[in-house]
Design a protein around this ligand. Structure first.
Ligand code: XIL
Length: 343
């Protein structure tokens, strides 16, 4: 089969909303080829892990701003928006915080406040938005995840995290971010109920982040329905961690289920279509003024977190192992370029 010629004008240049990618900052700035693709395509940047608590505060009182400062410097130099990921996430809570917090929940409440004030305050006016709380609901269904934070502070920790972030930077756009909410309508409903409660109580929440780690068989109709329901809140909608896999997993580390060990041309074209449809759904369903942007989670199959995390082969992104644009790239681009009816 002859491959269509891929044109590559830079995604950000054909988009009405910011196009972002998550990166490992040291890896990025030490790889010229990667960096030129990053600059060509993206005008928003997120850290894959460099801005998580584990990285910012690995030991008590030892703030480590080196990587986050570098990201800010890089973003400024290349005219990119910085998106903060994330403030509170059970999977990136340092051991020392868990040990102390489990003994003393009053301390933990104060710690959380202080951490958010310091961190968001440091980057006030510079980080455009934050994932304030990440993955506070179970992988499936509508229950709160029984995390270290939940167990010690109750569900109120979520609202409080938003309050503290807002105090530190009243202009930052504050998101609740989670996965599977594009396909699990029970989980989505639980998030929407929380948003409703927050609005009633005056908790400052401004956006919903759909991580959007989807699979080729995640039905587009379900994704469309979920985007529509979320957009009805009037909040900003961010597709915050997009990738599209062929294999599957059980949502747990090393839980990959590998049905495909290689990728065919046919699979590449199907993925092109899936990327295109996702971008088109976002543009058609989410009103313009609520389009915070689309962010991909790593942008090359070489660097994607999927293989290491789930321990399986896959081809989730828009560039291949050799940093060549895949048909998926073209799909993304076409999705951005295609004329849609004005909202
Ligand atoms: C991932 C990073 O990409 C990996 O490098 C790290 O080992 C684990 O975390 N949902 C999230 C992201 O919100 O923070 C995760 O990032 C991917 C799933």
């Amino acid at each position: 089969m002859s491959q269509k010629k891929l044109d590559e004008p830079g995604l950000k240049n054909v988009s009405e909303f910011p196009i972002g990618t998550a990166v490992n900052i040291n890896r990025l700035i030490n790889d010229d080829a990667l960096m030129s693709l990053q600059i060509l395509n993206f005008n928003s940047i997120t850290a894959t892990s460099d801005m998580k608590m584990q990285s910012i505060l690995p030991a008590e009182n030892q703030f480590n701003w080196k990587k986050s400062d570098t990201i800010l410097y890089y973003a400024k130099k290349h005219n990119q928006r910085v998106f903060g990921h994330n403030l509170i996430w059970h999977s990136s809570t340092p051991k020392w915080v868990e040990e102390k917090g489990n003994k003393d929940s009053l301390w933990l409440g104060e710690f959380m406040k202080d951490y958010i004030h310091k961190y968001v305050g440091r980057y006030k006016g510079k980080v455009a938005g934050w994932d304030v709380v990440n993955e506070a609901f179970e992988s499936k269904g509508g229950a709160y995840r029984k995390t270290f934070w939940y167990n010690n502070l109750g569900k109120e920790y979520i609202a409080n995290a938003f309050r503290y972030a807002h105090e530190a930077d009243p202009d930052a756009v504050l998101f609740y971010n989670d996965f599977n909410i594009e396909r699990d309508t029970l989980k989505l409903q639980a998030v929407l109920n929380m948003v409703k409660d927050f609005k009633k109580e005056g908790v400052p929440i401004h956006g919903i982040g759909f991580q959007m780690h989807i699979r080729m068989d995640t039905p587009d109709e379900v994704i469309a329905y979920s985007l529509k329901k979320a957009a009805e809140t009037g909040l900003q909608i961010h597709l915050s961690e997009v990738d599209i896999i062929f294999n599957s997993h059980n949502d747990e580390r090393l839980g990959g289920i590998e049905n495909y060990s290689s990728i065919t041309d046919e699979m590449k074209l199907a993925q092109e279509e899936k990327y295109k449809n996702l971008v088109l759904m976002y543009r058609r369903i989410v009103p313009k003024e609520q389009q915070f942007g689309i962010t991909v989670w790593d942008f090359t199959d070489r660097d994607s977190w999927i293989k290491g995390f789930f321990n399986m082969k896959d081809w989730p992104t828009i560039y291949d192992e050799d940093l060549k644009p895949k048909p998926a790239y073209n799909g993304f681009l076409e999705g951005l370029k295609e004329k849609t009816k004005k909202k």
